[in-house]
Write a protein that binds this ligand. Structure first.
Ligand code: C5P
Length: 235
């Protein structure tokens, strides 16, 4: 039985966590659209800080200046006709943050507790009525522990690498599959083993293995759960 220690006066949040390529971004966005709720892609925030660090030549081990950067850069998400455009200090970085070099850099930066702390308030500021769907690694465990529904998506590493490969090709990046598998394994290892906010399912999360499921099948399961949970909040 899932716990539902939910206060009706707060804006409801549904969290979708999991490793890269598990489908959380796609499902999160579809769910937010269907519920007409806000959407938070928390990974994009870590990617923006990584890109800013690269552009300002802040060394990857310089925690103090990485924190300063996280606290001072301007991050804006703009939804235009269903597509999300992402701005770093007024420059459109929607495409630039998806490079594989930035994925790796983001996961190194994300291991610093003080960087994570500096980004907490920004992530929580996305919680606005009528509700929020938040995707990431620690949405259900740390950022929104009182979420009304927590989903944790998993999939085999081969399947996740295939999906990520396809996504990157569609975005116009020229990438090969094999190095991508190694990079994915490396990033998962780092995300799962860091001391602060590691990638783990929340104790009250619903686990779904998406390896052999279509997006539609996963979406049906997640949407049904969301409807049940949201309607139980209204009672
Ligand atoms: O989700 P995405 O692949 O865009 O995230 C990039 C990196 O940002 C992850 O590998 C992870 O290290 C970090 N991240 C995190 N916590 C989150 C979201 C992302 O540490 N909530």
């Amino acid at each position: 039985m899932l716990q539902n220690n939910y206060n009706q006066n707060v804006v409801p949040v549904i969290t979708i966590d999991g490793p890269s390529g598990s489908g959380k971004g796609t499902i999160g966005q579809l769910l937010a659209n269907r519920l007409q709720w806000h959407f938070l892609d928390s990974g994009a925030i870590y990617r923006i800080v990584a890109l800013a660090a690269e552009r300002h030549q802040v060394p990857i081990d310089d925690e103090v200046n990485l924190v300063r950067l996280a606290e001072t850069i301007q991050i804006v998400f703009q939804t235009t006709q269903g597509s999300i455009q992402i701005f770093l200090d007024q420059q459109n970085v929607t495409q630039a943050i998806r490079q594989e070099t930035i994925s790796q850099l983001a996961s190194k930066i994300a291991a610093f507790p003080r960087v994570r702390e500096a980004l907490l308030a920004l992530q929580r500021s996305f919680r606005k009525a009528p509700g929020l769907v938040a995707d990431g690694r620690d949405m259900g465990t740390v950022v929104f522990p009182d979420a009304c529904l927590k989903i944790y998506l998993e999939a085999s590493v081969e399947e996740r690498a295939k999906r990520r490969h396809q996504q990157l090709l569609e975005k116009g990046f020229d990438v090969r599959l094999m190095p991508l598998i190694d990079e994915l394994i490396e990033r998962d290892r780092r995300d799962k083993n860091r001391k602060d906010s590691p990638l783990v399912p929340a104790v009250d999360a619903v686990l779904i293995d998406t390896t052999s499921l279509s997006i539609e099948k996963v979406m049906t399961q997640v949407f049904d759960l969301a409807c049940q949970r949201v309607s139980s909040l209204k009672k």
